[in-house]
Structure formats: C-alpha cells, structure tokens
Write a protein that binds this ligand. Sequence first.
Ligand code: F6P
Ligand code: MN
Length: 334
Amino acid sequence: MSNKVTLTRFIIEQQREWPDASGTFTLLLNNIVTACKQIAHKVSRGQLIGVLGSAGSENVQGEVQKKLDIITHDIMVNQLIWTGHLAGMASEEIDDVITIPAHYTKGKYLVMFDPLDGSSNIDVNLAVGTIFSVLRCREGIEPTLDDFLAKGAEQVCAGFVLYGPSTMLILTTGQGVNGFTLDQDIGEFMLTHPNMRIPEETGEFAINMSNHRFWEAPVQRYIDECLQGKEGVRGKDFNMRWVASFVADVYRILNRGGVFLYPLDNRDPTKPAKLRIMYEANPMAFIIEQAGGMCTTGYERVLDIKPSGVHQRVPVILGSKNEVERIIRYHQDA
Ligand code: F6P
Ligand code: MN
C-alpha cells in the first residue's frame, strides 16, 4: 500500500497551521484541481473525442484559438463560477474580467488563469499545461479592475498543472514548492516531489534562438557567451532546450536547474514581450522564487511590477539564481 500523502490531506494539514483559516481556500483549490483533472482527461483523449485543431477564432491577443483553448477555458469557468469562493476571474482567452453572476454568492478570492498554456503544441502531442494565480480581494464586493491589477508579490497561491507523460501539479502558497503526481487509477494527486529546490548553478539555457536579432544587447551578450562554450569567457559548454511550452520549460528548471528567457524584443513594437504578467509570468515567478530561483525582466523583479492591464505582457528571465543574477548584471552594465 502506498503511504504517499494526498493533495487533500496536504492542504488540510497546511490549513491547520493557520488557526484563523476558514477552509474556503482549501475548497477553492479543490475546485481548481477538479477542473484540471477534467482538462487532463480531455487532453489525453485527444482526437479520439475530436478536440484537436483550430477553433477558427482569435483571442484578445490576436492568437488563433485551438478548440482545446476554448474547451479548457469553459471547464475552468464552470468549475469555479458557482462556488461562492470567488469575487471574479480573468482568463487568457477572454478580453474582459469575468464577474460572478448575481445569483451566486461572491467570495474573497480572485483567480487568474491560462487554461491551456503551450497550446501550439497540442496538435503535435507535446506537453501543455494550465497555469493559475490566486489573489485575495475585499470580501463580497464587485471587484474593480484595480482589484485584479495587484503586484505578483501579493499572490496567496500559484500553481500549474503539466499534462505530460504524467499529469503533475506544482503548487506554492508561499511556504516552498511541492509537486504532486496524478494517480489516474484513484483520481487523486499524490505528493511525489516535496520541497522542490532549483540548483543555483546550471549549464542549460532555454530561449527561442530564432529571435536573436531582435533582442537587446545584454541578452545577446549572455546567449553569445553561452554559445562560445569552453573556448569563451564562461569556460564551459552549455546545453540548450526549448519546448515552447512555458509549463514544460519551467518544470524542467524546477527539477534540474537552468535559465529560461522570453526577453524584450523589437520584432513588433505593439508586442515588446510575449508572456502575460497576470496568468503566466506572476504565478511562475512566485513558484520559481519559492524554489530558491529568481525571476526578472532584466531590469526589475517581476513580482514587484504594478500591472496596468490583465493581458499586459512582460519580459521574463527566470531560473537558477547565479545565472539570473549574471543576466541582471549584464543589463546594469549596459
Ligand atoms: O503562452 C505562450 C507560449 O506558448 C509559452 O507557453 C511558450 O513558452 C512560448 O509561448 C513559446 O513561444 P514561441 O512560439 O516563440 O516559441
Ligand atoms: Mn500561455
């Protein structure tokens, strides 16, 4: 018999350490997890249930929506909207924030999510994921846009579920990072990766090299030095990985270290960065910092940025501490 701790037990035991906790947060997390189990099921069934391919529409970012982008968004909304724990939601797939209809009770949390990150990888059967971020809100009110636009440092919880060879949940509530693996036979997430820590040293970087000519000088300098390997100033060879699924690249870094960059670039002046702060950069920054890593734009800590819109984009450089510190130094030198 497995003596692994279930996610439910883990969360309830954590909750007991906060005598004033009402249990609402535990219930909310439970609903998020139920939605992710449903998504895992759809993703794994793939074309057997006809969910692959384009939906023939575009989201607010001007990106072509996949059928699964819309299906997974709907699953998240349907699992969360009725619970009474939320004051509102925001999703990558919807322009405006999502309000709670009057016939449901309003709660004290805001949830922001990317229902299916890396969705360009779905049709080629590579890993994708769901990213979420939870903020506290004034209770029982209709939240304003400003309630959503809190700094990442104010998140109470962040996590992501990776739909890979195994389905995994990575979670932080500000007391370190824990990884859970979905046991498909019993439908429970089990604690398999307690207290994840990112090695400070690494010889691995992740970046979309095809954008090299669009980057700023400090990023070009850093990557060029990595490419010079043993013969260059770094005096060692580097390895490169790019899954093009943020969730998968971050998961690898949490396990064996590395640095991920989606930096500022001048390809399109209307989109100087790619990743969105509220439901991609902030939750990942919280997780990475809680695992001993760092997350910066090159100029400032991502968690300290006051967002100006729910779909705001931000440069992201994250991972092993020593490499991220070096990249920050290169920005200061420039
Ligand atoms: O959500 C944006 C995203 O799909 C990330 O998951 C991923 O890291 C990145 O974009 C991939 O970008 P590109 O298409 O430039 O490789
Ligand atoms: Mn995404």
